[in-house]
Design a protein. Structure first.
Length: 460
């Protein structure tokens, strides 16, 4: 019908607005008696609301316009086939008709995956019209996702690149991917990072730089990142080369302490990060704790969790040596199961999330490289840098510090952390988390809340 084309064009305009705002480009309008009474565009990221789909927003707008939560005799036009959530809302609103553009083969609930509307037992039935301006709607979606899926730089011969499809549907990880390949130390490798809530107008905005360890990736910070951004702070969480969505070197021998440290130094310089609160755990600390001495004016705070400075002057903990030996004996260990072992409440979806970067066995070289790479002796690569860092933290550190200890950690638990506390100038009594193990970030919401109360932009 010509009217269907007219109203779908209106929905497409809203979808374009959603795409321009960084949301998946879906738009919807509600029409009654030839007049638009409700408009909506996708906005779950902008509003931090998982229900803020275009259809739901358009239904809410129409209900307010008509002064009635029942939208009888109304038609909803939407550019993408509704999901189960939206389909339920449509039925509850008693809409007479739904017209959609592009089908959704993964989550569509109007016939593609399931048909919520085709149940005889329901007390209301909504008529469905499919495929109106389907090509236009599909093209808008494809153009939106194309830059995210394209390889913007040539993959090096000695590296692998994880597939985008591995990371689809990650639970509680809604943030868009960012990539950089022009850091000098990367030499063309592509590094993935999260970059959320950057202010273009506040030069004093705090920046939380969150560094993960082995065998984790930026998914580890999914419980802390929302707390930081909710308080107005910027958050960057890079995936080290070999982890997460970053390129993977094929050979374990290609990894080195100095390479990864220099990549992080280049990263801070490349994005001119300032007012940094350094957030570290595991290898994130082994590497990250050596950064501020090279650029002290950029760092204002330290949030440190279950990690250490490996100076080669003290023996590595028995827990770490056991972990290193276990990794050697079990080179193909299941990463997700490792996380679930120490965090038994993890859902199947979260356990799967930790496994995503290592779906292909060829992408596991970093998992093999990092345990033996920990500096053990005075002349080990990285040990001298760590000794310099220890001197900095003991004598020169001017910022505030917060330490959190997962007391159930068998690798780098309280004894190791107490030694580190003595190294950090003016480090107060740690937060003790009796239920947390090595991966403290899994209990990170309370830590993040304590951090945003403590760390403030210096008055200088």
């Amino acid at each position: 019908m010509n009217h269907d084309l007219q109203w779908m064009q209106e929905a497409l305009v809203l979808a374009q607005q959603a795409g321009a705002a960084g949301e998946v480009p879906v738009g919807a309008v509600v029409v009654k008696d030839g007049v638009i009474v409700g408009r909506g565009r996708n906005a779950p990221i902008e509003s931090n609301d998982p229900s803020a789909h275009a259809e739901v927003i358009a239904l809410r707008d129409a209900a307010q316009t008509l002064g009635n939560y029942r939208l009888e005799d109304c038609t909803l036009y939407v550019t993408l086939e509704p999901c189960t959530m939206c389909s339920g809302a449509i039925l509850n609103a008693r809409l007479a008709r739904v017209v959609y553009g592009a089908s959704e083969p993964r989550t569509g609930a109007a016939g593609s995956v399931i048909n919520v509307f085709d149940h005889a037992s329901l007390n209301h039935h909504t008529h469905i019209t499919r495929g109106v301006l389907a090509e236009d709607c599909r093209e808008l979606l494809q153009q939106f996702f194309k830059p995210k899926r394209m390889n913007t730089n040539r993959l090096r011969d000695d590296a692998l690149r994880p597939s985008d499809e591995w990371f689809e549907g990650l639970l509680n990880y809604p943030w868009p991917a960012n990539y950089v390949s022009d850091l000098p130390a990367l030499n063309g490798l592509r590094l993935h990072f999260l970059d959320e809530n950057k202010s273009e107008t506040d030069p004093k905005q705090l920046t939380y730089l969150c560094l993960h360890g082995n065998p984790a990736w930026s998914y580890l910070y999914r419980k802390m990142l929302p707390v930081f951004t909710a308080h107005g702070h910027r958050v960057l969480a890079p995936d080290l080369i070999g982890f997460g969505k970053s390129d993977k070197l094929k050979k374990a021998s290609a990894h080195s302490f100095e390479f990864h440290r220099q990549v992080l130094l280049d990263f801070v310089t490349r994005f001119d990060l300032r007012n940094i609160v350094l957030v570290v755990q595991d290898w994130g600390g082994i590497l990250g704790l050596t950064l501020p001495m090279a650029m002290p004016d950029r760092f204002t705070g330290l949030l440190v969790m279950n990690t250490t400075l490996t100076t080669g002057e003290m023996p590595l903990s028995d827990g770490f040596k056991s972990w290193r030996a276990w990794c050697k004996d079990n080179p193909d260990f299941d990463v997700g199961k490792l996380f679930a072992r120490g965090n038994k409440y993890l859902s199947v979806e979260e356990t799967s999330g930790y496994n995503r970067p290592f779906t292909d066995k060829g992408h596991r070289a970093a998992l093999h490289a990092f345990p033996p790479m920990v500096p053990e002796f005075a002349d080990s690569p990285g040990a001298d840098i760590a000794r310099q860092a220890a001197e900095f933290w003991m004598h020169d550190w001017q910022g505030q510090s917060l330490m959190a200890i997962g007391t159930q950690d068998p690798v780098l638990g309280e004894p190791v952390m107490r030694d580190l506390q003595q190294t950090i100038r003016n480090c107060p009594e740690p937060m003790m988390l009796p239920q947390a193990g090595h991966f403290v970030q899994e209990h990170g919401q309370s830590i993040a809340e304590a951090a945003v109360q403590l760390f403030k932009v210096p008055n200088t």
